[in-house]
Design a protein around this ligand. Structure first.
Ligand code: ADP
Length: 483
């Protein structure tokens, strides 16, 4: 393994990256630690003009980068992967400070992000085309896969490292150049990751990072004809807007939007495993993940038992600053997020839900892990993406009821269920209208499998072989007059 090459200070980059130059501007905005309110940095507040420059740089760099043999790009990505691992600890600490998650989860995120870099370094070399059985012996038919061109990547704050790595790695591996716009709340992890990319040998202009006015930058990234693909992870509302904005230039688009994952516990489930899966799925990142269990559908015969066990496990969680040992739940990202989660809990309680565990009196951005009993499908907490450490429990009577409730959502990202019946496992997995299913597990994400949704959770896949294809166009060649 490589030794760290950058000091903590060098890794803590606060400038934007355009055409290989780290740039500062007079206009800046503040980045604060959501646990303490501490000022961490001031970073540039860029607008449409800088976004245009970044796109132009990416367009200039594109021909040479895309023409490199895949193993050259692969080599740079492998070096980037090694550099990320060599800086694991300072990257994790930076992540915890700007985003709030417990340091153990931050380390896991850096490793998870790095796993995509390694995976796509490998996949770059396997971008096979096809020879197609011909309809006419005088013609040979084949396909090749080509990079789509300049890619715009807009990412959220909940996984500031991994959500970006998951887009940059396949884009760069495919031979695309990129303009990235990370979330305003968590720019430091994105800048540090990008700095390591430049250190690994990603050439000038191949990767550009802009921060600032999301609306103005987003408008430029979507309207500019040089950008051939937009990849977005974030809220469904912003995703819809960006989709509309991409229509005029007919861009390729990948959307990883909100979820409303059902977590079904059948009466034949292994309850210990179900509770363990529930804790992993619901409370990781304080419930701020798009694949989080959002609704617990529990068979009426085991409802009381499951509720009791879940509450016991939730009481063992420890809320606090992510950097402190033993803390398992960090703060929510900001006051707006906290107010939204509190409003969902309040709405449920007013409509007859029961507070099985929780504490309304947490300071700052902290929110106590909460379990709500007697929830029904009409309550906001069951219909909206919670994005907080709140577990609503809903009863069901049989498999058909569970499936009807599970699928009664516009979202279709992830679903989880627990059963020991193998026939039921097949039936239910087939019937769930989602992009990803966890069967007897609450943890499904890995770089080797395609991550993505259906319905209003979006389209496109990140990870797996499909993750590379998302950044490639298929070109069909018809070679004629062969005889
Ligand atoms: P959240 O509500 O979780 O912050 P958002 O969808 O608002 O999710 O944010 C995800 C990403 O989208 C962030 O990088 C944010 O800056 C960006 N974003 C928000 N609004 C726009 C917009 N109008 N155009 C382009 N990007 C946007």
């Amino acid at each position: 393994m490589l030794m760290p090459l950058l000091s903590d200070n060098e890794l803590r980059e606060t400038r934007c990256l355009i055409d290989g130059q780290w740039i500062e501007t007079e206009a800046t905005y503040e980045v604060r630690n959501p646990a303490t309110g501490e000022l961490l940095a001031r970073v540039p507040c860029l607008g449409a003009e800088h976004a245009r420059e970044a796109i132009a740089a990416a367009e200039r760099a594109r021909p040479q980068w895309s023409a490199q043999p895949a193993h050259e790009r692969s080599r740079i990505l492998k070096r980037w992967h090694a550099l990320i691992l060599a800086h694991l600890e300072p990257l994790a600490q930076l992540l915890t400070r700007e985003m709030g998650k417990p340091i153990g989860e931050a380390r896991a995120e850096i490793l998870y992000g790095a796993s995509y870099v390694e995976w796509f370094a490998e996949e770059a070399r396997r971008a096979y085309g096809q020879v197609i059985p011909s309809h006419d012996l005088s013609k040979q038919l084949s396909t090749v896969r080509e990079p789509v061109g300049v890619v715009a990547a807009i990412t959220p704050w909940n996984f500031p490292n991994a959500m970006l790595a998951r887009k940059l790695a396949p884009a760069l591996a495919a031979g695309c150049t990129v303009v990235a716009k990370p979330a305003e709340q968590t720019p430091l992890s994105a800048l540090a990751l990008s700095k390591l990319a430049t250190l690994a040998g990603v050439p000038h202009g191949v990767l550009n990072v802009v921060l600032g006015d999301a609306v103005a930058i987003g408008a430029q990234l979507t309207a500019n004809p040089a950008v051939r693909k937009l990849t977005f992870t974030g809220s469904t509302a912003v995703g819809r807007l960006l989709l509309r904005q991409c229509a005029d230039t007919v861009k390729r688009v990948s959307m990883e939007l909100g979820g409303n994952a059902p977590f079904i516990v059948f009466d034949d489930a292994d309850l210990d495993a179900a509770v363990e899966g529930a804790m992993a799925s619901k409370f990781r990142n304080a419930g701020q993940t798009c694949v989080c269990a959002n609704r617990f559908l529990v068979h009426e015969a085991i409802y009381d038992e499951f509720a009791e066990r879940l509450v016991r496990a939730v009481r063992d969680l420890r809320v606090g600053e992510g950097s402190q040992a033993g803390v398992t739940i960090g703060p929510l990202i900001d006051q707006r997020a906290k107010a939204k989660v509190a409003a969902l809990v309040m709405d449920a309680l007013e409509q007859g839900a029961v507070l099985l565990e929780g504490d309304a009196q947490m300071p700052g951005n902290f929110f106590a892990p909460t379990v709500l009993g007697q929830v029904n499908a009409q309550m906001r907490v069951a219909r909206e993406e919670i994005f907080g450490p709140v577990a609503p429990l809903i009863r069901f009577v049989d498999e058909a009821d569970a499936l009807a409730q599970a699928n009664a959502s516009d979202a279709g990202l992830a679903a989880y269920f627990f059963t020991r019946d193998i026939a039921r496992a097949h039936r239910v997995a087939a019937a769930l209208k989602v992009g990803m299913v966890g069967i007897n597990t609450g943890a499904i994400s890995t770089e080797t499998a395609p991550f993505g949704g259906v319905k209003q959770s979006g389209f496109g896949r990140e990870g797996g072989p499909q993750g590379l294809e998302d950044y490639q166009d298929v070109k069909y060649l018809c070679l004629g007059n062969l005889r």
